[in-house]
Design a protein around this ligand. Structure first.
Ligand code: 6GU
Length: 233
């Protein structure tokens, strides 16, 4: 999978070279490039924002640098006219909410472009223009406000990246996780069997795999009922 990220703070994404996603990049499973939006400015001050038409607080990101960035990153590869259209994602608190289902969907795409807005947002015409180049998605992490899209994109790239086949060494660790089956994960324990007078639930030491599976499922249901009843519908 190819992922391009455009931001005025590209160093935010240095952390994505660590650990699992770093290894996926060295093995070629993931081709991740982070770009500075200011590369597509031409004035001496490398300006990316301006005052809003109609007045109001804050600044709006200018369309021209975004247009040039999208032209370059979404362009079909030369010679091959069959290159798939990219999925172009703009992180936004006004977008659809990102879930594990969103991550699973986006993990099947060949090319993702993330455009990180700052200030009061990006000139609306950029979203219209992007729709001519690919499938545009506005996606929110949840119902709270961040200063910009960078932290949201870090989270989305990690959630998506670990679902690409080969990124997580043991694919079985992907199935028994919170949210994969619509329930929260069951509790885990390791040695010692008694720690500071607290015992591991005896069923886990019984060797009865059927009973353990039933107990774990009950724990999932109980935790989900207590912490996230909304997931049970
Ligand atoms: Cl994607 N962006 C910003 N700026 N704030 C957010 C968000 C995204 N998701 C939740 N809050």
């Amino acid at each position: 999978m190819r992922i391009d990220v455009v931001s005025i703070f590209p160093t935010y994404f240095d952390g994505l070279t660590l650990s699992l996603l770093g290894r996926a990049q060295s093995t070629g499973i993931l081709d991740l490039s982070v770009h500075d939006l200011r590369e597509w400015t031409s004035d001496r001050h490398r300006t990316v924002d301006d005052t809003p038409y109609g007045g109001g607080a804050g600044m709006v990101m200018k369309p021209e640098p975004w247009g040039l960035a999208l032209d370059e990153l979404a362009a079909p590869a030369e010679t091959v006219s069959e290159t798939p259209r990219p999925t172009i994602i703009f992180p936004s608190p006004a977008g659809e909410v990102f879930t594990q289902a969103t991550a699973r969907d986006l993990a099947t795409r060949e090319h993702l472009i993330f455009g990180c807005g700052r200030y009061e947002g990006i000139d609306e015409r950029v979203f219209e223009y992007a729709a001519d180049l690919g499938e545009v998605r506005l996606i929110s992490l949840g119902d709270y406000v961040l200063n910009g899209g960078e932290v949201a994109v870090m989270a989305m790239v990690e959630a998506i990246g670990r679902l690409i086949p080969g990124v997580v060494g043991n694919p079985e660790s992907l199935v028994e996780e919170s949210h994969e089956d619509g329930l929260l994960e069951y509790p885990s324990y390791t040695k010692p069997s008694i720690w500071r007078e607290r015992e591991v639930p005896p069923i886990l030491l019984s060797g009865n795999h059927g009973a353990i599976a039933t107990w774990r499922h009950e724990q999932q249901l109980e935790r989900t009922r207590q912490r996230r009843p909304d997931l049970l519908g």
